[in-house]
Design a protein around this ligand. Sequence first.
Ligand code: IMP
Length: 424
Amino acid sequence: MGARMDVLLGAQWGDEGKGKVVDVVAPDYDVIARFQGGPNAGHTLLFEGRKHVLHTIPSGIFREDTVNLIGNGVVIDPVIFLKEVNALKAIGVDVRNSLLISRRAHLILPTHRALDAASEAEKGTSKIGSTLKGIGPTYMDKTGRNGLRVGDMELHDRSERYRALTKKHERLLLQYGRPAAPKEAEEEWLAAVDVLRSMRLVDSEHYLDQALRNGKRVLAEGAQGTLLDIDFGTYPFVTSSNTISAGACTGLGVAPNRIDKVVGIFKAYCTRVGSGPFPTELENATGEHIRNVGQEFGSTTGRARRCGWLDLPALHYAVMVNGITELAMMKSDVLSNMDELRICTGYKVDGKATDRMPYDITSRVEPILQQVDGWGDLSTDTPLPHGLERYIAMIEERVGVPVTLVSLGPDRAETVHRQAAAVH
Ligand code: IMP
Protein backbone atom coordinates (compact mmCIF):
# COMPACT_ATOMS: atom_id res chain seq x y z
CA MET A 1 0.00 0.00 0.00
CA GLY A 2 3.04 2.30 0.18
CA ALA A 3 3.52 5.11 2.68
CA ARG A 4 0.89 6.44 5.06
CA MET A 5 -0.32 9.98 5.65
CA ASP A 6 0.09 11.94 8.87
CA VAL A 7 -2.48 14.51 9.99
CA LEU A 8 -1.79 17.70 11.93
CA LEU A 9 -4.73 19.61 13.36
CA GLY A 10 -5.96 22.01 16.01
CA ALA A 11 -7.19 20.47 19.27
CA GLN A 12 -8.93 23.60 20.61
CA TRP A 13 -10.84 26.53 19.00
CA GLY A 14 -8.28 27.30 16.30
CA ASP A 15 -5.28 29.65 16.41
CA GLU A 16 -3.22 27.00 18.22
CA GLY A 17 -0.10 27.69 16.16
CA LYS A 18 -0.49 25.00 13.48
CA GLY A 19 1.36 27.11 10.89
CA LYS A 20 4.53 27.15 12.97
CA VAL A 21 4.49 23.40 13.61
CA VAL A 22 3.89 22.59 9.94
CA ASP A 23 6.79 24.84 9.06
CA VAL A 24 9.04 23.10 11.64
CA VAL A 25 8.13 19.56 10.53
CA ALA A 26 7.87 20.33 6.79
CA PRO A 27 11.39 18.97 6.02
CA ASP A 28 10.09 15.51 7.04
CA TYR A 29 7.43 15.60 4.30
CA ASP A 30 7.27 15.66 0.52
CA VAL A 31 3.69 16.90 0.31
CA ILE A 32 1.70 19.24 2.62
CA ALA A 33 -2.05 19.19 1.92
CA ARG A 34 -4.81 21.45 3.27
CA PHE A 35 -8.07 19.52 3.63
CA GLN A 36 -10.83 21.90 4.81
CA GLY A 37 -11.73 25.49 5.60
CA GLY A 38 -10.75 28.45 3.52
CA PRO A 39 -9.63 32.05 3.97
CA ASN A 40 -11.25 32.13 7.43
CA ALA A 41 -7.93 30.56 8.44
CA GLY A 42 -4.80 32.58 9.11
CA HIS A 43 -1.67 30.50 9.59
CA THR A 44 1.12 32.70 10.87
CA LEU A 45 4.76 31.79 10.28
CA LEU A 46 7.80 33.68 11.49
CA PHE A 47 10.55 33.09 9.02
CA GLU A 48 13.87 34.91 8.59
CA GLY A 49 12.66 37.52 11.06
CA ARG A 50 9.49 38.30 9.08
CA LYS A 51 5.89 37.43 9.80
CA HIS A 52 3.87 35.74 7.04
CA VAL A 53 0.17 34.94 7.19
CA LEU A 54 -1.24 32.25 4.92
CA HIS A 55 -4.99 31.90 4.40
CA THR A 56 -5.52 29.32 1.67
CA ILE A 57 -2.04 28.15 0.71
CA PRO A 58 -0.52 25.33 2.82
CA SER A 59 2.23 26.20 5.30
CA GLY A 60 4.94 24.23 3.46
CA ILE A 61 5.17 26.90 0.77
CA PHE A 62 8.39 28.42 2.15
CA ARG A 63 10.29 25.14 1.88
CA GLU A 64 11.90 24.29 -1.40
CA ASP A 65 11.18 20.77 -2.65
CA THR A 66 7.87 20.55 -0.76
CA VAL A 67 4.72 20.10 -2.83
CA ASN A 68 1.74 22.01 -1.44
CA LEU A 69 -1.75 20.80 -2.23
CA ILE A 70 -5.11 22.53 -1.73
CA GLY A 71 -7.55 19.63 -1.35
CA ASN A 72 -11.15 19.17 -2.46
CA GLY A 73 -12.44 19.91 1.05
CA VAL A 74 -11.11 23.49 0.95
CA VAL A 75 -13.19 26.45 -0.24
CA ILE A 76 -11.23 29.02 -2.25
CA ASP A 77 -11.90 32.71 -2.74
CA PRO A 78 -9.99 33.42 -5.99
CA VAL A 79 -9.56 37.11 -5.09
CA ILE A 80 -7.99 36.37 -1.68
CA PHE A 81 -5.99 33.54 -3.23
CA LEU A 82 -4.55 35.90 -5.86
CA LYS A 83 -3.55 38.42 -3.18
CA GLU A 84 -1.77 35.64 -1.33
CA VAL A 85 0.03 34.52 -4.49
CA ASN A 86 1.17 38.08 -5.20
CA ALA A 87 2.33 38.66 -1.61
CA LEU A 88 4.43 35.49 -1.83
CA LYS A 89 5.82 36.52 -5.21
CA ALA A 90 6.90 39.85 -3.71
CA ILE A 91 9.17 37.97 -1.29
CA GLY A 92 10.54 35.67 -3.99
CA VAL A 93 8.26 32.63 -3.55
CA ASP A 94 6.81 31.52 -6.90
CA VAL A 95 3.89 29.24 -6.04
CA ARG A 96 3.55 27.99 -9.61
CA ASN A 97 6.44 25.63 -8.99
CA SER A 98 5.11 23.97 -5.90
CA LEU A 99 1.36 24.46 -5.56
CA LEU A 100 -1.33 22.02 -6.74
CA ILE A 101 -5.06 22.67 -6.49
CA SER A 102 -7.86 20.10 -6.51
CA ARG A 103 -10.40 20.55 -9.28
CA ARG A 104 -13.04 19.45 -6.77
CA ALA A 105 -12.45 22.37 -4.38
CA HIS A 106 -15.42 24.74 -4.22
CA LEU A 107 -15.26 28.45 -5.00
CA ILE A 108 -16.34 31.36 -2.82
CA LEU A 109 -18.19 34.03 -4.82
CA PRO A 110 -18.55 37.70 -3.80
CA THR A 111 -22.25 36.97 -3.22
CA HIS A 112 -21.32 34.20 -0.75
CA ARG A 113 -19.57 36.86 1.31
CA ALA A 114 -22.61 39.14 1.06
CA LEU A 115 -24.87 36.26 2.18
CA ASP A 116 -22.57 35.52 5.13
CA ALA A 117 -22.86 39.15 6.28
CA ALA A 118 -26.65 39.13 5.78
CA SER A 119 -27.09 35.90 7.73
CA GLU A 120 -24.95 37.17 10.64
CA ALA A 121 -26.81 40.50 10.77
CA GLU A 122 -30.13 38.60 10.85
CA LYS A 123 -28.96 36.55 13.86
CA GLY A 124 -28.47 39.71 15.91
CA THR A 125 -27.16 38.97 19.41
CA SER A 126 -26.92 35.23 18.71
CA LYS A 127 -24.51 35.76 15.81
CA ILE A 128 -21.70 33.22 15.33
CA GLY A 129 -18.94 35.82 15.09
CA SER A 130 -18.05 34.54 11.61
CA THR A 131 -14.97 35.86 9.83
CA LEU A 132 -17.46 36.87 7.07
CA LYS A 133 -15.35 35.26 4.34
CA GLY A 134 -18.36 33.46 2.85
CA ILE A 135 -17.42 30.08 4.32
CA GLY A 136 -20.88 29.00 5.56
CA PRO A 137 -22.81 29.94 2.39
CA THR A 138 -20.19 28.25 0.17
CA TYR A 139 -20.39 24.95 2.07
CA MET A 140 -24.19 25.30 2.02
CA ASP A 141 -24.09 25.51 -1.79
CA LYS A 142 -21.72 22.53 -1.85
CA THR A 143 -24.02 20.27 0.19
CA GLY A 144 -27.09 21.80 -1.52
CA ARG A 145 -25.51 20.74 -4.85
CA ASN A 146 -25.43 24.21 -6.30
CA GLY A 147 -21.76 25.08 -5.89
CA LEU A 148 -19.10 26.02 -8.41
CA ARG A 149 -15.88 24.03 -8.38
CA VAL A 150 -12.39 24.93 -9.52
CA GLY A 151 -12.73 22.36 -12.32
CA ASP A 152 -15.81 24.18 -13.66
CA MET A 153 -13.56 27.14 -14.38
CA GLU A 154 -11.81 25.12 -17.10
CA LEU A 155 -15.10 24.97 -19.01
CA HIS A 156 -15.94 27.51 -21.74
CA ASP A 157 -19.25 28.44 -20.08
CA ARG A 158 -17.70 29.41 -16.73
CA SER A 159 -19.01 33.00 -16.84
CA GLU A 160 -22.58 31.74 -17.43
CA ARG A 161 -22.26 29.29 -14.54
CA TYR A 162 -21.00 32.11 -12.34
CA ARG A 163 -23.92 34.33 -13.35
CA ALA A 164 -26.52 31.61 -12.78
CA LEU A 165 -25.36 31.05 -9.20
CA THR A 166 -25.01 34.77 -8.57
CA LYS A 167 -28.62 35.31 -9.73
CA LYS A 168 -29.82 32.76 -7.21
CA HIS A 169 -27.84 34.52 -4.48
CA GLU A 170 -29.23 37.90 -5.51
CA ARG A 171 -32.77 36.61 -5.00
CA LEU A 172 -31.79 35.52 -1.49
CA LEU A 173 -30.08 38.83 -0.79
CA LEU A 174 -33.24 40.63 -1.85
CA GLN A 175 -35.16 38.68 0.79
CA TYR A 176 -32.63 39.85 3.36
CA GLY A 177 -33.10 43.41 2.03
CA ARG A 178 -29.46 43.51 0.97
CA PRO A 179 -27.94 44.90 -2.26
CA ALA A 180 -26.27 42.61 -4.81
CA ALA A 181 -22.46 42.55 -4.99
CA PRO A 182 -21.15 45.49 -7.05
CA LYS A 183 -20.22 44.98 -10.73
CA GLU A 184 -16.51 45.58 -10.00
CA ALA A 185 -16.56 42.63 -7.59
CA GLU A 186 -17.64 40.37 -10.46
CA GLU A 187 -14.88 41.65 -12.75
CA GLU A 188 -12.26 41.25 -10.05
CA TRP A 189 -13.49 37.73 -9.30
CA LEU A 190 -13.46 36.60 -12.95
CA ALA A 191 -9.97 38.07 -13.47
CA ALA A 192 -8.72 36.20 -10.37
CA VAL A 193 -10.32 32.99 -11.67
CA ASP A 194 -8.21 33.34 -14.84
CA VAL A 195 -5.09 33.21 -12.67
CA LEU A 196 -6.46 30.35 -10.57
CA ARG A 197 -7.22 28.16 -13.57
CA SER A 198 -3.74 28.78 -15.00
CA MET A 199 -2.29 27.03 -11.92
CA ARG A 200 -1.57 23.31 -11.73
CA LEU A 201 -5.01 21.77 -11.23
CA VAL A 202 -5.12 18.10 -10.21
CA ASP A 203 -7.44 15.33 -9.13
CA SER A 204 -6.05 15.27 -5.60
CA GLU A 205 -7.35 11.79 -4.72
CA HIS A 206 -5.38 10.27 -7.62
CA TYR A 207 -2.37 12.47 -7.03
CA LEU A 208 -2.14 11.49 -3.35
CA ASP A 209 -2.81 7.81 -4.05
CA GLN A 210 0.13 7.77 -6.44
CA ALA A 211 2.33 9.83 -4.13
CA LEU A 212 1.71 7.42 -1.22
CA ARG A 213 2.29 4.38 -3.47
CA ASN A 214 5.61 5.91 -4.47
CA GLY A 215 6.59 6.17 -0.81
CA LYS A 216 6.17 9.95 -0.59
CA ARG A 217 5.58 11.34 2.89
CA VAL A 218 2.33 13.31 3.06
CA LEU A 219 1.12 15.62 5.84
CA ALA A 220 -2.53 16.73 5.96
CA GLU A 221 -2.73 20.23 7.49
CA GLY A 222 -5.95 21.15 9.29
CA ALA A 223 -7.42 24.62 9.75
CA GLN A 224 -9.49 26.02 12.64
CA GLY A 225 -9.77 23.46 15.47
CA THR A 226 -11.67 20.47 16.86
CA LEU A 227 -14.07 22.56 18.97
CA LEU A 228 -15.11 24.42 15.79
CA ASP A 229 -15.95 21.17 13.96
CA ILE A 230 -19.41 21.23 12.35
CA ASP A 231 -20.38 17.94 14.08
CA PHE A 232 -18.32 17.80 17.27
CA GLY A 233 -17.70 21.47 18.02
CA THR A 234 -19.77 23.81 20.16
CA TYR A 235 -22.62 23.93 17.62
CA PRO A 236 -23.95 26.29 16.33
CA PHE A 237 -20.89 28.39 17.22
CA VAL A 238 -18.67 26.46 14.82
CA THR A 239 -17.33 26.65 11.30
CA SER A 240 -18.99 24.79 8.41
CA SER A 241 -16.48 21.99 7.81
CA ASN A 242 -15.18 18.88 9.54
CA THR A 243 -11.99 20.07 11.19
CA ILE A 244 -11.31 16.67 12.82
CA SER A 245 -9.02 13.98 11.40
CA ALA A 246 -11.90 12.32 9.52
CA GLY A 247 -12.08 15.55 7.49
CA ALA A 248 -8.62 14.75 6.11
CA CYS A 249 -10.09 11.62 4.46
CA THR A 250 -13.08 13.36 2.90
CA GLY A 251 -11.19 16.57 2.18
CA LEU A 252 -8.38 14.87 0.26
CA GLY A 253 -9.76 11.53 -0.92
CA VAL A 254 -7.40 9.45 1.25
CA ALA A 255 -8.83 6.32 2.94
CA PRO A 256 -8.83 6.10 6.78
CA ASN A 257 -6.54 3.05 6.84
CA ARG A 258 -3.83 5.13 5.19
CA ILE A 259 -3.57 7.50 8.16
CA ASP A 260 -0.61 7.02 10.46
CA LYS A 261 0.17 9.71 13.06
CA VAL A 262 -2.39 12.29 14.14
CA VAL A 263 -0.66 15.27 15.74
CA GLY A 264 -2.86 17.55 17.86
CA ILE A 265 -1.74 21.14 18.38
CA PHE A 266 -2.85 22.99 21.50
CA LYS A 267 -1.86 26.07 23.40
CA ALA A 268 -0.76 25.95 27.08
CA TYR A 269 -4.00 27.90 27.69
CA CYS A 270 -7.19 28.35 25.64
CA THR A 271 -8.39 31.06 23.32
CA ARG A 272 -11.51 31.56 21.29
CA VAL A 273 -12.39 34.20 18.73
CA GLY A 274 -16.03 34.90 17.93
CA SER A 275 -19.07 33.97 20.00
CA GLY A 276 -19.95 30.75 21.78
CA PRO A 277 -19.39 28.93 25.05
CA PHE A 278 -15.96 28.95 26.65
CA PRO A 279 -16.05 27.45 30.18
CA THR A 280 -12.55 28.51 31.32
CA GLU A 281 -12.72 32.06 29.95
CA LEU A 282 -11.00 34.70 32.07
CA GLU A 283 -12.82 38.00 31.78
CA ASN A 284 -10.41 39.73 34.13
CA ALA A 285 -6.86 41.07 34.44
CA THR A 286 -5.38 37.56 34.09
CA GLY A 287 -7.17 37.08 30.76
CA GLU A 288 -5.97 40.51 29.69
CA HIS A 289 -2.40 39.61 30.68
CA ILE A 290 -2.48 36.39 28.61
CA ARG A 291 -3.97 38.30 25.63
CA ASN A 292 -1.25 40.95 25.74
CA VAL A 293 1.72 38.66 26.37
CA GLY A 294 0.45 36.08 23.84
CA GLN A 295 -0.50 38.76 21.31
CA GLU A 296 -3.89 37.11 21.03
CA PHE A 297 -5.39 39.12 18.21
CA GLY A 298 -6.82 37.40 15.11
CA SER A 299 -4.47 37.05 12.14
CA THR A 300 -7.42 37.15 9.70
CA THR A 301 -9.73 39.70 11.34
CA GLY A 302 -7.53 41.45 13.95
CA ARG A 303 -10.19 40.75 16.59
CA ALA A 304 -9.10 40.38 20.24
CA ARG A 305 -9.21 36.69 21.20
CA ARG A 306 -10.95 35.61 24.39
CA CYS A 307 -8.44 33.91 26.73
CA GLY A 308 -8.80 31.32 29.49
CA TRP A 309 -7.15 28.44 31.35
CA LEU A 310 -6.28 25.14 29.71
CA ASP A 311 -9.34 22.89 29.54
CA LEU A 312 -8.39 19.21 30.00
CA PRO A 313 -11.85 17.64 29.43
CA ALA A 314 -12.00 19.51 26.11
CA LEU A 315 -8.46 18.41 25.19
CA HIS A 316 -9.27 14.83 26.13
CA TYR A 317 -12.36 15.02 23.90
CA ALA A 318 -10.17 16.25 21.02
CA VAL A 319 -7.77 13.33 21.56
CA MET A 320 -10.73 10.95 21.40
CA VAL A 321 -12.57 12.22 18.31
CA ASN A 322 -9.37 12.71 16.30
CA GLY A 323 -7.42 9.64 17.42
CA ILE A 324 -4.54 11.97 18.33
CA THR A 325 -1.32 9.99 18.77
CA GLU A 326 0.88 12.86 19.97
CA LEU A 327 0.49 16.46 21.03
CA ALA A 328 2.41 19.68 20.45
CA MET A 329 2.05 22.35 23.14
CA MET A 330 2.39 25.91 21.89
CA LYS A 331 3.00 29.30 23.51
CA SER A 332 4.26 27.86 26.81
CA ASP A 333 6.39 31.00 27.20
CA VAL A 334 3.21 33.10 27.56
CA LEU A 335 2.48 31.51 30.97
CA SER A 336 6.04 32.04 32.27
CA ASN A 337 6.46 34.14 35.39
CA MET A 338 2.79 33.95 36.35
CA ASP A 339 2.21 33.69 40.11
CA GLU A 340 -0.90 31.58 39.80
CA LEU A 341 -1.78 29.01 37.18
CA ARG A 342 -4.92 26.92 36.96
CA ILE A 343 -6.02 23.99 34.84
CA CYS A 344 -9.60 22.87 34.29
CA THR A 345 -9.92 19.19 35.26
CA GLY A 346 -13.70 18.79 34.97
CA TYR A 347 -16.99 20.64 34.89
CA LYS A 348 -19.98 21.09 37.13
CA VAL A 349 -23.18 20.86 35.13
CA ASP A 350 -26.27 21.86 37.09
CA GLY A 351 -24.22 21.26 40.24
CA LYS A 352 -23.11 17.72 39.23
CA ALA A 353 -19.40 17.07 38.60
CA THR A 354 -18.29 15.42 35.35
CA ASP A 355 -14.98 15.04 33.55
CA ARG A 356 -16.70 14.64 30.17
CA MET A 357 -17.39 17.27 27.57
CA PRO A 358 -21.19 17.65 27.73
CA TYR A 359 -23.52 17.84 24.69
CA ASP A 360 -24.24 21.46 25.36
CA ILE A 361 -21.62 23.62 27.01
CA THR A 362 -23.73 26.57 27.93
CA SER A 363 -23.51 28.93 30.86
CA ARG A 364 -24.78 26.09 33.09
CA VAL A 365 -21.29 24.59 32.79
CA GLU A 366 -18.89 25.68 35.49
CA PRO A 367 -15.21 24.71 35.25
CA ILE A 368 -13.54 22.80 38.09
CA LEU A 369 -10.13 24.46 38.36
CA GLN A 370 -7.02 23.04 39.98
CA GLN A 371 -4.20 25.33 41.04
CA VAL A 372 -0.79 24.30 39.69
CA ASP A 373 2.77 25.56 40.14
CA GLY A 374 4.19 28.03 37.67
CA TRP A 375 7.76 28.00 36.37
CA GLY A 376 9.30 31.44 36.60
CA ASP A 377 11.14 32.16 33.41
CA LEU A 378 12.45 29.78 30.77
CA SER A 379 16.19 30.16 31.41
CA THR A 380 17.27 26.80 32.81
CA ASP A 381 20.01 24.19 32.38
CA THR A 382 17.44 21.56 31.45
CA PRO A 383 15.61 21.88 28.11
CA LEU A 384 12.46 22.86 30.01
CA PRO A 385 11.99 24.27 33.56
CA HIS A 386 10.81 21.70 36.12
CA GLY A 387 7.49 23.50 36.70
CA LEU A 388 6.74 23.34 32.98
CA GLU A 389 7.67 19.63 32.88
CA ARG A 390 5.20 19.04 35.75
CA TYR A 391 2.50 20.98 33.88
CA ILE A 392 3.09 18.77 30.81
CA ALA A 393 3.12 15.57 32.88
CA MET A 394 -0.31 16.48 34.30
CA ILE A 395 -1.67 16.93 30.78
CA GLU A 396 -0.17 13.67 29.51
CA GLU A 397 -1.51 11.73 32.46
CA ARG A 398 -5.01 13.05 31.92
CA VAL A 399 -5.32 12.79 28.12
CA GLY A 400 -3.21 9.65 27.65
CA VAL A 401 -0.93 10.77 24.82
CA PRO A 402 2.57 12.24 24.90
CA VAL A 403 3.48 15.88 24.33
CA THR A 404 6.37 15.49 21.89
CA LEU A 405 6.94 19.10 20.92
CA VAL A 406 6.93 22.22 23.09
CA SER A 407 7.04 25.68 21.57
CA LEU A 408 8.65 28.47 23.58
CA GLY A 409 8.29 31.33 21.10
CA PRO A 410 7.23 32.16 17.56
CA ASP A 411 10.50 31.42 15.76
CA ARG A 412 11.36 28.03 14.27
CA ALA A 413 14.39 27.92 16.57
CA GLU A 414 12.30 28.28 19.77
CA THR A 415 11.09 24.67 19.71
CA VAL A 416 11.95 21.75 22.04
CA HIS A 417 11.41 18.15 20.89
CA ARG A 418 10.60 15.78 23.76
CA GLN A 419 10.92 12.04 23.97
CA ALA A 420 7.54 10.35 23.93
CA ALA A 421 7.00 9.46 27.61
CA ALA A 422 5.21 6.21 28.46
CA VAL A 423 1.64 7.38 29.06
CA HIS A 424 -1.54 5.35 28.99
P1 IMP B 1 -16.53 31.20 9.83
O1 IMP B 1 -15.90 29.87 9.60
O2 IMP B 1 -15.72 32.32 9.26
O3 IMP B 1 -17.96 31.27 9.44
O4 IMP B 1 -16.53 31.44 11.43
C1 IMP B 1 -17.24 30.59 12.32
C2 IMP B 1 -16.59 30.61 13.69
O5 IMP B 1 -15.30 30.00 13.61
C3 IMP B 1 -16.35 32.01 14.26
O6 IMP B 1 -16.46 31.95 15.67
C4 IMP B 1 -14.92 32.30 13.88
O7 IMP B 1 -14.31 33.24 14.74
C5 IMP B 1 -14.29 30.92 14.02
N1 IMP B 1 -13.15 30.72 13.14
C6 IMP B 1 -13.17 30.52 11.80
N2 IMP B 1 -11.93 30.34 11.33
C7 IMP B 1 -11.11 30.43 12.38
C8 IMP B 1 -9.70 30.28 12.53
O8 IMP B 1 -8.95 30.04 11.58
N3 IMP B 1 -9.21 30.44 13.80
C9 IMP B 1 -10.03 30.66 14.86
N4 IMP B 1 -11.35 30.78 14.77
C10 IMP B 1 -11.88 30.66 13.54
